[in-house]
Design a protein around this ligand. Structure first.
Ligand SMILES: C[S@@+](CC[C@H](N)C(=O)[O-])C[C@H]1O[C@@H](n2cnc3c(N)ncnc32)[C@H](O)[C@@H]1O
Length: 348
């Protein structure tokens, strides 16, 4: 499926966290040409806007900080919330399937975001739509899919469209993640760094070295160490005992500022910073530490979002880090709470 199909889109559906809805809507209104809000559901909204090419381009140009998932829709149908809706869905699917090549590998992602109870489930919708595509001899595989047929069901209407997987922001339906807890996990912060690796495409290389600022109790260090990365962990607080036995983990029990003063010649491919402190101070420390970053090295930083002035803070971070580093990306990740994650990459 190529992107020319997007010219037939009538609008798009977005998923987000309700807390950040006003900020996402501002981002959408500010960066896209005249999207019109049609319907809102649980953590989701549908907008009308002709064509999806410009939206896909804009997504790849710069992240929408508060967007978890997006899909275009080519067809919408009024629904009742009962089994009698299925022919409506299949009718829309039949038309959209015409845009998909038999060579494409397709997945169906169905999500009910209605605020009322409907008489069917996400799973039933997905099975029904997938079975239809299989009968029509399309290749259907969730793991290998490059093309996504998305159906989102609101209270009044359902919206169905097709897109390339990389244009949906997340490969998971609605951007909802289900990372499973491992037995040796130190804390849930590990999910946050795992998601950041996935979202920002951080690649693990042979002999990789990382500096973890604000490392205690050690979730991020644990994640990095499990990936085979050597970690210098800096925090005045204690690290989990299990980490102290690891030959590739060194704990510097001191503040990041003290570490900067005593630090020798070591350089790092990755610097991560989850320190609990004022944003400006945290950015200053990251900029100072970046002298230890290899060319092409990458950094992650947790950005606390204030109760007011969130957009202003994001703009400041983009500006300050943008002057020091080549690339700056900011996303409010699924596993972030009242914070976002900043990714920067050193200039070559
Ligand atoms: C949210 S916790 C980090 C959690 C950690 N990423 C994990 O996965 O376990 C924040 C940490 O920042 C540390 N911190 C605060 N100020 C610091 C400083 N100036 N230098 C180093 N660490 C600092 C605190 O001691 C605390 O352990």
């Amino acid at each position: 499926m190529d992107r020319t199909v997007y010219s037939g889109a009538e609008g798009f559906v977005v998923n987000y966290k309700t807390l950040w809805e006003p900020l996402l809507f501002n981002e959408l209104q500010g960066r896209l040409k005249g999207p019109k809000l049609l319907e809102r559901g649980n953590d989701a909204a549908a907008f009308s806007l002709s064509g999806f090419e410009a939206v896909a381009e804009e997504i790849h140009r710069e992240d929408f900080v508060f967007l978890q998932h997006i899909h275009p829709y080519m067809f919408m149908g009024e629904i009742k919330g009962e089994a009698s809706d299925f022919p409506i869905f299949l009718n829309m699917l039949e038309k959209v399937a015409g845009y998909v090549d038999k060579e494409d590998v397709v997945v169906c992602q169905c999500r009910i975001v209605a605020k009322r109870m409907l008489s069917y489930t996400n799973g039933e919708l997905t099975s029904e739509l997938s079975a239809f595509l299989e009968r029509e001899e399309y290749k259907v595989s969730a793991q290998k899919a490059d093309t996504v047929v998305s159906l989102t069901v609101f209270d009044r209407f359902a919206y169905l469209g097709v897109s390339r997987a990389e244009d949906n922001v997340s490969r998971r339906a609605g951007g909802v993640l289900f990372y499973s807890e491992s037995e040796d996990m130190i804390c849930r912060a590990e999910f946050k760094i795992e998601e950041a690796f996935e979202v920002f495409g951080i690649q693990v290389k042979e002999g990789m070295k990382a500096l973890d600022l604000g490392a205690a109790p050690g979730g991020w260090t644990h994640y990095l160490n499990k990936k085979g990365i050597r970690v210098d962990a800096v925090d005045p607080a204690a690290l989990d005992d299990a980490l102290l036995e690891q030959p590739n983990v060194r704990h510097y029990r001191m503040t990041a500022q003290e570490f900067a003063r005593i630090h020798g010649e070591d350089t790092y491919d990755l610097i991560v910073n989850d320190m609990k402190m004022d944003t400006n101070q945290s950015m200053d420390i990251l900029c100072e530490m970046s002298r230890l970053l290899e060319k092409n090295g990458e950094c992650l930083m947790t950005l606390k979002l204030p109760k007011e002035g969130v957009q202003k803070r994001i703009n400041v971070v983009r500006k300050v880090l943008g002057e020091r580093f080549g690339t700056v990306r900011i996303r409010q990740l699924y596993y972030n709470r009242s914070e976002a994650t900043v990714y920067v990459k050193n200039k070559l």
